[in-house]
Design a protein around this ligand. Structure first.
Ligand SMILES: Cc1cc2nc3c(=O)[nH]c(=O)nc-3n(C[C@H](O)[C@H](O)[C@H](O)COP(=O)(O)OP(=O)(O)OC[C@H]3O[C@@H](n4cnc5c(N)ncnc54)[C@H](O)[C@@H]3O)c2cc1C
Length: 370
């Protein structure tokens, strides 16, 4: 059957980039968002364009990350050109200070052909003069970028509106599907319906509970993360630094993000004093000068957690016309370009550049415990 009109549930980075890929392939898209586009995890994230500790992940995550890293510069350039909003992709490099895992990391880097090298204290302090004392070895990954994800989302929002075939419904929560003869015909929400030839569920942390209404057990659940932001002079922190799962990310204008907590507390997005204390302690222990500054803001977001961080990208067996693009957990910003391209290739009957089998939903339905 011809697939011309697609409804996408969820206006995060997955929903928006899937929409862009579909529009560019000549399809019409109606994007439906419960609140406002780009205000949940895709806004709250740090925007580091690599999985944290990439050597700990399986090949399917690495494959998506690599493809995305190669495509991010073009994506950001084109968004800037079309919208005037710069997503500020900054190839600032990353210093890994977890030398307990150095051997495994360097081995992984060699196998993957990644330019990660062991460095000594002299290199580290030349690169990051403001770093706390005591780090005498680490690893350097040059050119590794961070993207200013709230700007990426703003640019995507403007870009989508430039397509005649695009429509947006905000403050609209999709409650169900219209299914006829085992095939999806559209979606249902309070006060209305939208017809569609296909529906994409890109509802982030909400995807598992949403799909449960069809008796399907998709292992995607919310994992809360809190962050702090400080303001320093531009260039004060030249590169991302990461130690014991805590990181400092420099934005071009001198803002420094400190992240992040990992909390299994359902859909709660309250910011807490405990997280404030803990993140401030991390900030101080990495960059002591930050102890003299007050954080500018603290926020929380909900990662779409999945057991091994391998997202669900593909068709849902038994509900013809329903597709998933969700479960990217801690790496949704880096994995988004590859995931969305893969999904749209599958939807339009094109062979994806990356083997899509490891992301398939088939055989991966299971309880939401991880
Ligand atoms: C603190 C933190 C730090 C992070 N750091 C990084 C990082 O450095 N690098 C990285 O790659 N990733 C990072 N991530 C992860 C990344 O942000 C997420 O994996 C990614 O944003 C998920 O995108 P999404 O579109 O699936 O979800 P979201 O951005 O959450 O979008 C889902 C949308 O669906 C909407 N929705 C839900 N249900 C419905 C419904 N029924 N009807 C309509 N709309 C609905 C929601 O309102 C939401 O807007 C971080 C996340 C957090 C929280």
């Amino acid at each position: 059957m011809v697939m011309q009109r697609v409804v996408i549930i969820g206006g995060g980075v997955m929903g928006c980039l899937t929409a862009l890929e579909l529009l560019e392939s000549g399809r019409d898209v109606c994007l439906i968002e419960r609140r406002s586009t780009g205000q949940e995890a895709s806004w709250a994230g740090g925007g580091i364009v690599t999985p944290l500790y990439p050597w700990r992940y399986s090949q399917p995550v690495t494959a998506l990350a690599e493809w995305s890293q190669a495509h991010y510069p073009k994506l950001c350039r084109e968004l800037f050109m079309h919208t005037g909003i710069d997503p500020e992709l900054s190839p600032c490099g990353l210093i890994w200070l977890d030398h307990a895992e150095q051997e495994a990391a360097l081995q992984w880097a060699e196998q993957q052909g990644k330019p990660i090298t062991a460095v000594d204290g002299d290199f580290i302090y030349e690169q990051i003069p403001s770093l706390a004392p005591g780090f005498d070895q680490g690893m350097w990954q040059p050119q590794l970028a961070n993207v200013r994800n709230p700007r990426l989302m703003a640019a995507l929002g403007v870009r989508l509106q430039q397509f005649a075939g695009f429509s947006l419904l905000e403050n609209t929560e999709v409650s169900g599907l219209r299914i006829e003869g085992g095939r999806v015909k559209g979606v249902i929400y309070g006060g209305g319906q939208q017809a569609a030839d296909a529906v994409v569920l890109a509802a982030g942390a909400w995807s598992g509970d949403w799909l449960a209404q069809f008796g399907l057990d998709l292992a995607v659940a919310p994992v809360k993360g809190q962050m702090l932001i400080y303001k320093t002079a531009p260039g004060w922190l030249p590169s991302i630094v990461l130690h014991e799962s805590r990181y400092a990310i420099p934005r071009r204008d001198g803002h420094i993000l400190i992240g992040s907590t990992l909390e299994h507390v359902g859909y709660d997005t309250e910011i807490t004093f405990d997280a404030l204390d803990s993140l401030r302690a991390s900030a101080r222990s990495l960059l002591p000068d930050l102890a003299n500054l007050q954080p500018v803001a603290q926020w929380a977001g909900l990662r779409p957690g999945s057991p091994d961080g391998v997202p669900f990208v593909g068709a849902v067996a038994g509900i013809d016309g329903l597709w998933l693009n969700t479960g990217h957990y801690r790496n949704g910003l880096v994995l988004a370009p590859a995931s969305c391209r893969m999904l749209v290739d599958l939807m339009i009957g094109k062979l994806p550049e990356i083997d899509s089998q490891p992301y398939s939903v088939d055989g991966r339905m299971g309880p939401r415990t991880f």
